[in-house]
Design a protein around this ligand. Structure first.
Ligand SMILES: Nc1ncnc2c1ncn2[C@@H]1O[C@H](COP(=O)(O)OP(=O)(O)OP(=O)(O)O)[C@@H](O)[C@H]1O
Length: 308
């Protein structure tokens, strides 16, 4: 369990984290989302004692990080996989890390097997690819068999098999009753992995809810219909509370009426349908709506003039 109360971090004039209060509960995968610079990494660093809060507090398993006598057994963290530039082998790196906590070779071999690093365990860490570095960072986080795991962008640089593996691993660890907090900018992956989402915007918590609630909030459900007689179908469906936009000549996006009703109208008028799909909102759409006013670094839209 991670409990933050009015957690605040200022760097000079800059407020990176602004009175954030939230609880990350055991038995679930909780995703931390937010635009660049929203304060996610700073929050994670404060959780594991790498940064001191300017005010407020954060406890892990009921205690401040510094109060834990054997922190590797309490909380495992992957904060910056690229930070390891060691001449040591992966095996020796993990062994050295474990030595501070009396963790021996048997557990090191276990986490090497678990993270699929067997083939490269004897190789110099400095020469690792981004994906291998991520796996090693996850191995290090798991070394103390901790109750709580904090992973900043754990799938960054992983190949599809690696992404699938991380997803399965995190779900498995949560099912064992552990507390899992991860950040990622990949919304589709977050939607598949996380049970609960906390969204940061400019250092503040702007949403804290189950994934389904976040996706459901204000999500527009529409129906995509494709028909060679789309124009005629559009005329038949027209009503004050029905919005129809045409994606192409034969495709309609219809809001305000169910797929079943549209299918019924088409059938009773002898119209041919090639597609009839209910389109529900995605986490990405919900996230973009939530953070629309919170994004500090706006991108310029790419128009042909800009490209040229
Ligand atoms: N050591 C530091 N000194 C000064 N400012 C900092 C420091 N660390 C972070 N910041 C600032 O605090 C704010 C929050 O940064 P943070 O890295 O926590 O955001 P983030 O949500 O993790 O962003 P990203 O998605 O880009 O990783 C940013 O404006 C950043 O510039």
């Amino acid at each position: 369990m991670i409990e933050a109360q009015s957690l605040t971090k200022r760097y000079g004039q800059r407020t990176a984290v602004d009175a954030a209060s939230f609880t990350v509960r055991p038995g679930k995968v909780t995703g931390l989302l937010g635009p660049n610079g929203a304060g996610k990494s700073t929050t994670m660093r404060m959780i594991v004692g790498l940064d001191r809060p300017t005010s407020g507090s954060v406890r892990v398993n009921g205690h401040f990080y510094a109060e834990h006598s054997a922190p590797l057994h309490e909380v495992g963290a992957l904060l910056d996989a690229k930070a390891i530039h060691s001449g040591r082998s992966a095996y020796n790196h993990l062994l050295a890390l474990g030595a501070t906590h009396g963790i021996g070779a048997a557990r090191v071999r276990e986490v090497i097997d678990l993270t699929g690093l067997q083939a490269v365990a004897g190789k110099r860490v400095g020469g690792f690819s981004l994906g291998m570095g991520q796996r090693l960072g996850i191995a290090a986080a798991l070394l103390g068999d901790p109750q709580t795991l904090i992973l900043d962008e754990p799938i960054n640089g992983l190949d599809p098999e690696g992404v699938l593996w991380v997803r399965g691993l995190l779900k498995h660890l949560a099912a064992e009753g552990r507390t899992i907090l991860l950040s990622s900018h990949l919304m589709s992956e977050m939607a598949m992995t996380a049970d609960h989402i906390i969204v940061f915007g400019r250092g503040r918590v702007i949403a804290d809810a189950p994934v389904a609630d976040i996706v459901g909030q204000g999500a527009v459900t529409s129906v995509r219909v494709s028909s060679p007689q789309a124009a005629e179908l559009a005329r038949l469906l027209a009503a004050p509370d029905v919005q129809i936009t045409s994606a192409s000549g034969s495709t309609l996006d219809v809001a305000g009426v169910s797929a079943a009703t549209i299918g019924g109208v088409a059938a009773s008028n002898g119209l041919v349908l090639h597609e009839l799909t209910t389109v529900t909102g995605s986490l990405e759409e919900a996230y973009l709506r939530l953070t629309a006013d919170e994004v500090e670094y706006h991108t310029q839209s790419v128009t042909p003039e800009v490209v040229r």
